[in-house]
Design a protein around this ligand. Structure first.
Ligand code: V47
Length: 365
């Protein structure tokens, strides 16, 4: 294999990967520029196996999107709507509780909840939603509110970001999902989401979460107008932040879905680019414990293949995914845990059901 990797021009990177040496920005770029997907997969698999062995994690989770009303209206998003738009909705605390109650017979350990940047819901609403979920399902872990929503909540509550986290924690918040990161580069934010929290602020809010004992995830929305340099810059910023606070659990590359968005002229990502983003992130983010292949966005079949290209996590059962489906995703809105177990086993890996913080719930031998 060594000579194969050398022929692909990646011999020096192989040496570094084998000796657990950090890759430079230039090497990150070189990986993105390579079209030798087998070489990239071989390299990423070394890191994946070193960090996680054959373990492949998944979670029994439920997604709830409390409202799609949003003042940001990003060009890549088909989910966010203006308040008086036809398809705008907002759930009451009771509506959210009903969603949770509907699935009490399933062994759900996490509720993943995000929404738009709502113009007038008061801070108390968010606290009530958290408390309301806990009332119906006291033991569930609530992973909610992206860093973008947290910035908004701090603003409407008149508190510092740190104090906002403390109040949210007391109401039941357990950790922060990785959304809203998009691509940190100012050029991309100006062209696609000018009203959104700037990239450097997203990172600051994630680091503040870590300092307040809350783990977070991180994402990158790829496959639209970003350059390879901007992708590496994004990964480098995350790696640097993780060096400081070590609070990120997983990185999830998000494949852009153009349908029903203002960028509908663009085409969907290819399988090669999906695998490449998994492999390069696994290689570059040497301090991130987990890389997720999010089956909702790349499909269960490619997510299964991604388990040999650096990914060690398939996210979870999900149920009722809306953000990607509004943008034309052709995957199901949920997947059975049996299907996840089968996909993982047939990839030659060990399915490990986890909780949000990666505590092992059950190993499916
Ligand atoms: O924040 C928006 C992105 C995110 C589109 O933390 C789009 O474990 C593709 O963050 N095409 C929501 N992506 C999803 C998300 C996520 C998913 C699964 C697990 C975790 C985690 C986080 O999706 C948004 C935005 O960055 N997004 N529109 C679109 N058209």
């Amino acid at each position: 294999m060594k000579s194969y990797i050398e022929k692909a021009g990646l011999g020096k990177i192989l040496e570094k990967v084998e000796s657990s040496e950090r890759l430079s920005v230039e090497e990150g770029l070189q990986l993105y520029k390579s079209n030798d997907i087998l070489a990239l997969g071989y390299l990423a698999n070394i890191v994946r196996n070193r960090l996680n062995g054959d373990n492949t994690y998944f979670i029994y989770n439920q997604h709830i999107n409390y409202s799609n009303i949003c003042t940001n209206l990003c060009k890549f998003c088909a989910f966010g709507k203006e308040k008086d738009a036809d398809k705008a909705y907002e759930m009451s605390v009771k509506d959210v509780q009903t969603k949770v109650r509907e699935r009490l017979d399933e062994p759900i350990s996490e509720i993943h909840m995000v929404g738009g940047i709502h113009p007038d819901l008061p801070f108390e609403y968010y606290l009530e939603v958290l408390r309301g979920i806990k009332e119906v399902r006291p033991e569930v872990h609530i992973q909610a509110f992206t860093c973008v929503e947290i910035a908004h909540l701090a603003q409407i509550s008149g508190k510092s970001v740190g104090d906002t986290y403390e109040v949210l924690k007391e109401a039941g918040l357990g950790s922060i999902p990785g959304g809203g990161a998009e691509v940190f580069a100012t050029r991309i934010r100006e062209l696609t989401c000018a009203d959104k929290l700037p990239g450097k602020d997203w990172i600051e809010i994630a680091k503040t979460a870590h300092r307040h004992g809350l783990n977070t995830n991180a994402t990158m929305l790829y496959g639209h107008i970003e350059t390879l340099e901007e992708r590496v810059e994004h990964l480098a910023a995350l790696r640097e932040a993780q060096d400081e606070t070590n609070g990120f659990l997983a990185f999830i590359p998000l494949a852009f879905h153009p349908q029903n968005t203002e960028m509908a002229n663009l085409s969907r990502t290819t399988g090669m680019d999906d695998l490449k983003n998994i492999a390069v992130s696994r290689l570059f983010l040497d301090n991130f414990p987990h890389i997720k292949a999010y089956w909702v966005m790349i499909g269960p079949k490619l997510a299964q293949v991604a388990l040999s290209f650096g990914a060690d996590d398939m996210d979870g059962t999900v149920k009722e995914e809306r953000i990607t489906h509004m943008a034309g995703a052709d995957t199901d809105q949920a997947i059975g845990s049996n299907t996840l177990v089968k996909l993982i086993k047939e990839a030659g890996r060990i399915p490990v059901e986890r909780d949000t913080l990666y505590k092992v719930m059950q190993v499916h031998q």
